[in-house]
Each structure stands twice: as structure tokens, then as C-alpha cells.
Design a binder for this molecule. Structure first.
Ligand code: HEM
Length: 431
């Protein structure tokens, strides 16, 4: 990225009329084809619409993506400088109000500079102190209980009944919440997203439960995530602590949902993977890497905003414009990607956990939880995907990619002889 050279013919965002809708990149059956089409037409940065009429730059090249993520003085997360506010681009029904609102956002996700540098260390400290073996044991136990619920039925939707539930249950226990509190928080979170719900009252109840939990954790000196945040001196007050606990849980549950669902989908849909995994030639960890390389869970990161005019290649990013890093496209950049697909096995140089100041603080913990969730399911049940494996319907979020549903049937374990360990050749799932 360089300062703007005065005489170069640069492409301006607002001069491009036919901008691709961002959601096409995540919900298309072949999302890679959409990104590659944009790369071929535009190079390392493409003009897109976050929703119709709301333009942004989509950064496709690996070097440019890393440049944006690491240069957090030029590309900040505070949407109050977004120029679309002055142009009145957001209609009242826009789904982007949460993302682009001028209202100050309280968590580390949207904090820049000194504020982020103050809010991030407690998160790193709390997550670094989680014992991975304990997290693994919790995940295994909770997965077992969930599978018990649908095992006898012989069918399930592995997204709604498993991938969407495991991360929340595990994070709630790591947060130190009682099962009753966790269940209420889950109900509230769901209701907040449902149309017609009284979001204000529900948000107040959510804040009350989490704040009460912080106070309780400090009083009892607990050694869970809430207990660590409760005594950390970086925060100004307990409101910041409660907001941080909620932010960690939300970040973990969304990304883990997508990683567990995508990994199960890859194994169930693609005979090359199921064959290699069941034959013991491919570890679940390698399948997680395959997802994180090729069809990453967070393909488009939340926007950054340029604090001054800069160029990315021949594109002029003007002050206040939104810039979205396309992790999927960066991972597939021909300049960094191995030509042989199997060369990526064991190689973790992807951008799937981000980079720079806002990089994910929990890649190891995330992998432990996802690996055990996938392994436990495949260990317990012999699962077959219902319907045509090529007809998976993808969730319609412009930021995340995961199957909307994974309807499966399975033979009851009383009818089907199960291998002693899954995949064969492993006796235990290492944390
Ligand atoms: C395993 C799947 C996961 C993936 C693929 C993932 C991916 C990411 C990515 C790409 C970012 C950077 C976002 C950005 O720069 O805009 C991020 C940030 C974050 N992740 Fe994760 N994550 C995962 C699991 C987790 C877990 C298990 C936790 C917590 C226990 C977590 C907590 C966070 C938090 C708090 C941030 C914000 C950091 C900041 O803004 O400084 N993530 N994650």
C-alpha cells in the first residue's frame, strides 16, 4: 500500500456501477468461482456491495490482505468515519446497522489503538490459562450428551442440533456459567435475533445475567474465563468485563459452528475425504486444515475503514471507505497457494485466524473443540448425508460460510458394529 500518486489512472469505488454483491461470495455453490472471477477482473482489490447500493473494497490478494490487517493505523475498525453515513446510504431496514452504526461499540472487536491495546491483554491472559486437556474433556462429555439426545431417533440435522449447540455449551462451561444460566442466555440470544422480539428488554436481561456472573466469579475466585476477567486490572469497570465475556463467547460460538459444520460436510460429502479419514490415512486435524485453507469459516472479515486515501494496486481507496479482507480469496491467492492440493496438509500458513492486532486469540483452543466435536460424532454414529451431496444449501451471511442444514440418517449403534476407535488406528483423541 502506498500514498496516492497524483497522476496515475486509478480505479475509484464509486465510478464502478456493476458491483458484485458480497453475499454471492459466501452463499454461491461454488464460492471459489465467484472470488476467482473477481480476481481475474479486478486483481488484488475488487469493488463490491455490502448490500445493494452500499459499496466497499474487497481485498483479494494475500499480500494486500496481510497489509490491511497489519496496518491498523490506516485501516481502523471504528465505523464512525465511514463516508456512507454522510451520504445516507443505510436505509432503515438495512441489516448493516449493527456493523456500520456510528454508535460507539464497546468491545475489543471494534476498538482501535490504545483502547484495543488495553482490552486485548485480558482476553489473551484468560484464554491462555485455559487447560486444553480440561477443555477437551468438557467438549467430549457435552458432545456425548448431545448425541444421546438424537441417537435413538436415527436422524438429525447436524447443524441445528449439533454444530450450533456444542460450541455454546462448551464456552458456557469454560465461562463458568451454571447450566440453567447458559440455557437462558442461549434462549435470549436466539430471541434477540428473531423478528418481533423485544430486543431491548432481552438485551438488558442478558447484560444483567453476565454482569451478575462477573460479580459472582470474583467473589468466589473462580478460575474460569469469567473469573480471570473479573480480577483483571485492564478494565475500567465491570460493564467492560461483561461485554468482553459476551464478545469472547459470541466470537467462539460463531466460528466454531462454521468449522464443525463445514468439516462434517466435507467428510460426509466428499468420498476422497471420508475414504482417507475412515482408512486412517487422514487425521481430523488435517481435515480441519483443509476447511481452513479451502473453504474458510470467516471468508470475509468485518470491514475496516481507511483513515486517509491509499492505493491497493491500481485501486484508490478513499478516506472513509469500507475495506473488507477476503480471507478465502487470500488463502487461494495463486502467489501463495500450493498447486498440489495435498501439499496444504499440515501447512497452517492460511489467514483463517486473521492477522495483526485483531488476530484470533484462540486458534489452538478452537481446534481442540472442533476436532473433538467432529471425532466424537463420527466415533459414535455411522452417518449418511440425506439427499444429493452436491446440493448443499449454504447459510446466507456475507461474513460466514457454513451449510444451512446437514440432514443425516444413521444406523443405531445397536444394529451397526462400531469400530473400537474412529478413525481406526487411533485409541484416543489427543487434546
Ligand atoms: C476455531 C475456529 C475459529 C476461527 C476460524 C476464528 C477466526 C477468527 C478470525 C478470522 C478473527 C479475526 C477477525 C478480524 O480481524 O476481523 C478472530 C478474532 C477473534 N476470535 Fe476467533 N476464531 C475461532 C475460534 C475462536 C475461539 C474458540 C475463541 C474464544 C474462545 C475466539 C475468540 C476470538 C476473539 C475474542 C476475537 C477478536 C480479537 C480482537 O478483535 O482483538 N475465536 N477469530
Amino acid at each position: 500500500m502506498t500514498a496516492r500518486p497524483p497522476s496515475d489512472p486509478l480505479v475509484r469505488l464509486r465510478d464502478v456501477a456493476d458491483r458484485t454483491q458480497l453475499v454471492e461470495t459466501t452463499s454461491a455453490a461454488d464460492s471459489n468461482a465467484v472470488y476467482e472471477g473477481l480476481r481475474q477482473r479486478w486483481g488484488s482489490a475488487a469493488p463490491v456491495d455490502l448490500e445493494p447500493g452500499v459499496p466497499a473494497w474487497l481485498v483479494l490478494g494475500h499480500a494486500a490482505a496481510v497489509g490491511v490487517l497489519r496496518d491498523d493505523r490506516t485501516f481502523i475498525k471504528d465505523p464512525s468515519i465511514w463516508r456512507g453515513h454522510d451520504e445516507g446510504l443505510l436505509g432503515p431496514q438495512s441489516a448493516l446497522h449493527l456493523v456500520l452504526s456510528r454508535q460507539p461499540k464497546p468491545t475489543l472487536f471494534d476498538a482501535d489503538g490504545a483502547k484495543h491495546a488495553r482490552l486485548r491483554p485480558p482476553v489473551d491472559d484468560a484464554l491462555d490459562r485455559i487447560d486444553e486437556a480440561r477443555a477437551a474433556a468438557i467438549t467430549r462429555r457435552l458432545c456425548g450428551k448431545l448425541i444421546d439426545r438424537f441417537e435413538d431417533r436415527g436422524r438429525a440435522d447436524l447443524v441445528a442440533e449439533y454444530a450450533a449447540v456444542v460450541p455454546f455449551l462448551v464456552m458456557s462451561e469454560l465461562d463458568g456459567l451454571e447450566p440453567g444460566q447458559a440455557q437462558r442466555l442461549q434462549e435470549i440470544t436466539r430471541a434477540i435475533f428473531e423478528a418481533g422480539a423485544d430486543a431491548r428488554a432481552l438485551t438488558d436481561e442478558l447484560k444483567e445475567i453476565v454482569s451478575g456472573h462477573i460479580t459472582h466469579s470474583r467473589a468466589h475466585g473462580t478460575r474460569d474465563i469469567a473469573g480471570m476477567l473479573a480480577v483483571h486490572g485492564s478494565f475500567h469497570d465491570d460493564t467492560e468485563r461483561a461485554q468482553t465475556l459476551t464478545a469472547i463467547t459470541a466470537a467462539a460460538t460463531e466460528s466454531l459452528l462454521a468449522l464443525v459444520a463445514q468439516t462434517l460436510a466435507l467428510i460426509l460429502r466428499d468420498p476422497r475425504f471420508s475414504g482417507r479419514v475412515s482408512g486412517g490415512r487422514l487425521h481430523i486435524d488435517d481435515v480441519l486444515d483443509e476447511v481452513l485453507w479451502r473453504s474458510t469459516t470467516n471468508p470475509n472479515l468485518m470491514p475496516r475503514f481507511a483513515v486517509h486515501d491509499v492505493t491497493i494496486g491500481d485501486k484508490l481507496v478513499e478516506r472513509g471507505e469500507a475495506v473488507v479482507v477476503a480471507v478465502h480469496a487470500a488463502n487461494h491467492d495463486p502467489l501463495v497457494h500450493a498447486a498440489d492440493p495435498w501439499e496444504t496438509v499440515g501447512n497452517r500458513a492460511y489467514l483463517s485466524f486473521g492477522a495483526g492486532a485483531h488476530r484470533c486469540p484462540a486458534p489452538r483452543l478452537g481446534r481442540v473443540i472442533a476436532r473433538i466435536a467432529v471425532t466424537e460424532l463420527l466415533h459414535r454414529l455411522q452417518v449418511t448425508l440425506d439427499g444429493d451431496p452436491d446440493q448443499v444449501e449454504w447459510a446466507t451471511s456475507p461474513w460466514m460460510r457454513f451449510p444451512a442444514r446437514l440432514p443425516v440418517t444413521f444406523a443405531s449403534p445397536r444394529e451397526v458394529p462400531r469400530p473400537a476407535a474412529w478413525p481406526p488406528g487411533t485409541t484416543a483423541v489427543s487434546p
